[in-house]
Design a protein around this ligand. Structure first.
Ligand code: HMG
Ligand code: MG
Length: 285
């Protein structure tokens, strides 16, 4: 019979490249996105309208959105931390927005200079404005098991933040293992709580592969009903100056893993290989 679909949400051009030490020219980013556009993704995150003082690597986001060749049926997504970012993303014709909160206070402060409550106050007007024009908004929750500042994060806290973002109108909640330290058991405990407030069909898993457990964490998520996973071509991300540091789980590895498990991804493996090659070349270039 027909195999079940699992979707990979490609985040390499955003989450991968935001962590690269080298300043990457817009043309190279556009080339990566244009390759990814041929792979069969529904959604690709390509931009981030944040403060260039905080993340200089994303400064060319409007140029990237203007430079890509948009493929039919692909939604090109951009991060927005506040109304300014939302307006810039709209002006650049992003097809969807992502807002990003944390389940831990320490990371919230370090990443967006706001408490969790303050950050949600900033997201409310974004969600209101987006609702008026039917623009989809995705909600990230970072540090869903571990925070680099606060340590282990209680599943109840993740559920509280996910519930809030979902209630405000996010169409999907992406649960981030930001530092790649989650274990399958911790992921399962977290998901059991989050599923009480957001249906598994509206959740995504966002695993960084720092400890090499991303695929095991995807398995734990699959068994609890999650069917969308974020990944980056070539495993982009991590720091070239920190041997062993890893970025997002690699798209091609997630694809192969899902296929081995009997799922269908709708992606073209040859194009994924090509994209991974481009991504790896960007990392060392
Ligand atoms: P702040 O310093 O508290 O706020 O930053 P501010 O209002 O004082 O702004 C500082 C400067 O940025 C000002 O410029 C603003 O105008 C400007 P100045 O007056 O000093 O010249 N500014 C902006 N510029 C461009 N676009 C904007 C914008 N907003 C203000 N939208 C702020 C607060 C939220 C802006 C800052 O902390 C920030 O940009 N943080 C973003 C950090 C970030 O992008 N992190 C990575 C993405 S999250 C992630 O990767 C996790 C995820 O992958 C999931 C996971 O793995 O867990 C999604
Ligand atoms: Mg991330």
């Amino acid at each position: 019979g027909m195999s079940e679909r699992v979707e990979i949400f490609e985040v390499g051009p955003r989450d991968g490249l935001q962590n690269e030490a080298r300043e990457i020219p817009v043309a190279e980013k556009v080339a990566l996105v244009d390759c990814l556009s041929r792979a069969g993704f529904n959604r690709i995150e390509v931009a981030s309208f944040v403060s260039p003082k905080w993340v200089p690597q994303m400064a060319g986001s409007a140029e990237v959105l203007a430079g890509i060749t948009r493929a039919e049926g692909v939604r090109y997504a951009a991060l927005a931390p506040n109304m300014r970012g939302y307006e810039d993303a709209l002006a650049a014709k992003a097809d969807e927005i992502a807002i990003f909160a944390s389940a831990s206070e320490g990371f919230s402060k370090a990443n967006i200079n706001a408490s969790i409550a303050e950050s949600i106050d900033r997201f409310v007007p974004i969600l209101e404005a987006a609702r008026h024009i039917d623009l989809p908004v995705r909600g990230y929750v970072s540090c869903v098991t571990d925070c680099p500042y606060d340590g282990p994060v209680p599943p109840e806290k993740v559920a509280e933040v996910a519930d809030r973002l979902f209630g405000l109108g996010c169409y999907e909640i992406s649960l981030g293992d930001t530092i790649g330290q989650a274990t399958p058991d911790a992921v399962a405990r977290m998901l059991l709580k989050v599923r009480e407030v957001v249906p598994a069909t509206r959740l995504a898993g966002h695993f960084h592969d720092t400890a090499g457990r991303a695929l095991a964490n995807i398995d734990a998520s699959l068994s609890l009903g999650v069917r969308v996973f974020d990944a980056a071509a070539g495993g982009l991300g991590g720091c070239p100056y920190a041997p062993g540091a890893a970025g997002n789980v690699a798209t091609e590895a997630v694809h192969d893993h899902l296929v081995r498990l009997g799922y269908e991804t709708g992606l073209d493996r040859a194009v994924l290989d090509e994209a991974a090659g481009i991504a790896r070349a960007m990392r060392v270039g």
